[in-house]
Design a protein around this ligand. Sequence first.
Ligand code: UDP
Length: 456
Amino acid sequence: TQEREPERQPHAGRRVALFPLPFQGHLSPMLQLADLLRARGLAVTVLHTRSNAPDPARHRHGPDLAFLPIHEAALPEEATSPGADIVAQLLALNAACEAPFRDALASLLPGVACAVVDGQWYAALGAAARLGVPTLALRTDSAATFRSMLAFPRLRDAGFIPIQGERLDEAVPELEPLRMRDLIRVDGCETEALCGFIARVADAMRDSASGVVVNTFDAIEASELGKIEAELSKPTFAVGPLHKLTTARTAAEQYRHFVRLYGPDCACLAWLDAHPPRSVLYVSLGSVACIDHDMFDEMAWGLAASGVPFLWVNRPGSVRGCMPALPYGVDVSRGKIVPWAPQRDVLAHPAIGGFWTHCGWNSTLESVCEGVPMLARPCFADQTVNARYVTHQWGVGLELGEVFDRDRVAVAVRKLMVGEEGAVMRETARRLKIQANQCVAATLAIDNLVKYICSL
Ligand code: UDP
């Protein structure tokens, strides 16, 4: 564990209700936050949906940790069909969960001092506020992404959204270093629907949240955090990197949660042991992103042609419409392919020299915290924002263009892994890792958050 022993305050009787969004990249930071609050003497009740529920048996629960399912109705088919986009799912989830969440939270009253709900649960934020429960929103994305969401309605009114093709490389007013092409987008989702969803999130933040908790830290996003606080005039707590602050025990528990879903191949760690330091490229596109079959083939040929050893996560369902089968004749003898990896252990392994990532926020933070430079190839949502910060703000990654072929892949991989440019990024990443560790050692933000909760 990296966490120093927290001071347990006499907060007896103070209970916080947490409500995570039921996706891996959201559940995990919320459960990590639960652990940190408990370690500081607060009691926690995790309200959760029935779909993709955390398994209470996998958590050391007792009087200071309880799980309470809400009884949401099944989502309409159009929100769950394979072609449904994430915005349609989020809108449907919010609609289905509002009343059951309100009833579950009301059943805990008056024993709850405060609620912390995922920042995408705009309906829950409103419901908690109407019950008179002070509620904080946990942003499981970056401060830069959240800022861009707050700016979305303004950008739309000013005519920048929908984004016009000829403006893709223009800087976004007030949001440097973002370009128009880096703003959140979701394939298959109409601009209207996306703007509508983001407006609901931004309105709920303004109208119903008592404060904002962000899984980030000052060394990488101090300026963005300051601007959020100024814009919302609400307390803002940068409590990240959460995965580094929680104890080893919790990490293992989180980990088992993932195992339940995919079953990581831990043998890949032994495979890494047999490789020299910084020689292996880790390739993963997270838990949700899907790519086309053509892109998958070009990745395979390009990775093979780079001559660099690689550990590649081919998650079932990650290639649209089929099982990811390698193209005939490609030589992947330098690589290892697994359905799911113990990612945090992989990134911390000395053999890893680079990470080809979709730039999900958790993956980005995990890479930054281990000092691993990245090859950024975002797919959708906030990944484009994160990729821009990785490559142009922090200087710890190369951008792999939106359209690529095997030759470009091979060149980019070599540039990152054995080139001069990659070496400079690796050194910058090493320095950023030191700063991340300093934040972990301080734990000031989480202590301030607990003080704030106790003042409510
Ligand atoms: N992850 C993992 N093994 C894998 C791929 C991903 O443990 O093979 C974990 C990763 O460590 C991260 C999470 O899944 O914590 C993915 O979250 P992220 O925000 O990066 O992307 P998302 O899945 O939400 O797109």
